[in-house]
Design a binder for this molecule. Structure first.
Ligand code: C2E
Ligand code: CA
Ligand code: CA
Ligand code: CA
Length: 279
C-alpha cells in the first residue's frame, strides 16, 4: 500500500513534469512565433441593418510548422500568464493599423472598421494609450476606423484610471466595444461612467435564444440598456436565420456569426468585400 502510494505520487510528479515541459515548449514556440511570422489575423465580417459589412473583427491565428493551426483558446491563456500577450497584442495593433492604411487607399474598402481584441493585461500597461497612438501614427491609420474590444475583466481595476485611458483614445476617434457582454458583473453605474460606443452580446445568449426564454429576456434587457446608454449593440455567434429574425424583432440590428461568414484570411475577406460592390 505504502509502495503503491509512492508509485502513485511519482506518477503524478512525472505527469506534472511532462505537463510543465509541454507548457514551456509551447511558451518558447509562442515567443519565437512573432519573429517567424507565424501569427496571422483572420477577419470576421460584422453586418449592419442593410446586410452590408461595416466592420470586421480581427481574430488571431497561429500557424506553427509542426503544431499546425493552434487555436487562440489554447495559447491566449498561457500568453496572458507569461506576459507574452504584450508583444502579441502589439503585433496585433500594428497588423490591424497597417491593414487599415491599406484599405484607406481604395474607395471600396475605406469605410471598413477593424475591431481588435485587447486583453486586460495589455490594457493595464501604463503606456497602452501612447502605444496605440504611436502605432496609428506610424502606419498612417485613421483612428476612427479602429475599434477596441475589452472584456469586463479589464474594467475590474481602478475605475478612474480605466475611464482616463478610454477617454484619451476616444478623443482621437478610437471607439470602444464591450465584449462578451452579459457574462460578467458590470453594474449599471459602472457602465454609465465608461466612454463606450458598443455593447457586444455574448454568443452564449444567442445560441440559447430559441430554446431558453431567459436568454430572450436577457437579450431584451441588454438591447434596452444599450439604448438607455446611447450605445450601439451587436450580437455575436449568429448561426441561423431563426436566431437572426429573433434578434431583429428584439431590436438588435448588427450581427456577427457563421450565418454571414466565418473569420476569413485577408485575401478571402477582400474578395467578399469586392463582390458586395459588384452587385
Ligand atoms: P471572442 O473575442 O469572443 O471572439 C469570438 C469567437 O467566436 C471567435 O473564436 C470566433 O471565431 C467565434 N465565432 C464567430 N462566429 C461564431 C458563430 O457563429 N458561432 C460560434 N460558435 N462561434 C463563432 P476564436 O477566433 O477561436 O477566438 C477565441 C477567443 O480568443 C476570442 O473570443 C478572444 O477572446 C480571443 N482572441 C482572439 N484573437 C485575439 C487577439 O488578437 N487578442 C486577444 N487578446 N484575444 C484574442
Ligand atoms: Ca472579441
Ligand atoms: Ca465575444
Ligand atoms: Ca468570448
Amino acid at each position: 500500500n505504502h509502495i503503491t502510494g509512492i508509485v502513485g505520487v511519482s506518477i503524478v510528479i512525472v505527469m506534472m513534469q511532462s505537463d510543465m515541459n509541454a507548457r514551456s515548449a509551447l511558451e518558447k514556440d509562442m515567443r519565437q512565433a512573432i519573429a517567424r511570422g507565424e501569427y496571422r489575423f483572420h477577419y470576421q465580417p460584422q453586418i449592419d441593418e442593410s446586410g452590408r459589412v461595416f466592420s470586421v473583427e480581427a481574430l488571431l491565428r497561429w500557424y506553427h510548422p509542426s503544431r499546425g493551426s493552434v487555436s487562440p483558446m489554447e495559447f491566449i491563456p498561457l500568453a496572458e500568464e507569461t506576459g507574452l500577450i504584450i508583444p502579441i497584442g502589439e503585433w496585433g495593433l500594428r497588423t490591424a493599423c497597417a491593414q487599415l492604411a491599406e484599405w484607406a487607399k481604395s474607395p471600396q474598402t475605406a469605410h471598413l472598421i477593424i475591431a481588435v481584441n485587447v486583453s486586460a493585461t495589455q490594457f493595464r500597461q501604463p503606456d497602452f494609450v501612447q502605444e496605440v497612438k504611436s502605432i496609428l501614427l506610424l502606419n498612417g491609420a485613421e483612428p476612427s476606423r479602429l475599434k477596441l474590444e475589452l472584456t469586463e475583466t479589464a474594467l475590474a481595476d481602478d475605475i478612474d484610471a480605466v475611464v482616463t485611458k478610454m477617454q484619451a483614445l476616444k478623443e482621437i476617434g478610437v471607439t470602444w466595444s464591450l465584449d462578451d457582454f452579459g457574462t460578467g458583473y458590470s453594474s449599471l453605474s459602472l457602465l454609465k461612467r465608461l466612454p463606450l460606443d458598443q455593447l457586444k452580446i455574448d454568443k452564449s445568449f444567442v445560441s440559447d435564444l430559441l430554446s431558453d426564454e431567459r436568454s430572450v429576456a436577457i437579450i431584451n434587457t441588454l438591447v434596452d440598456l444599450s439604448k438607455t446608454l446611447n450605445l450601439t449593440v451587436i450580437a455575436e455567434g449568429v448561426e441561423d436565420e431563426k436566431q437572426l429574425s429573433a434578434l431583429k424583432s428584439i431590436g438588435c440590428l448588427s450581427y456577427q456569426g457563421y450565418l454571414f461568414s466565418r473569420p476569413l484570411p485577408i485575401s478571402e475577406l477582400n474578395d467578399l468585400i469586392m463582390s458586395e460592390h459588384a452587385v
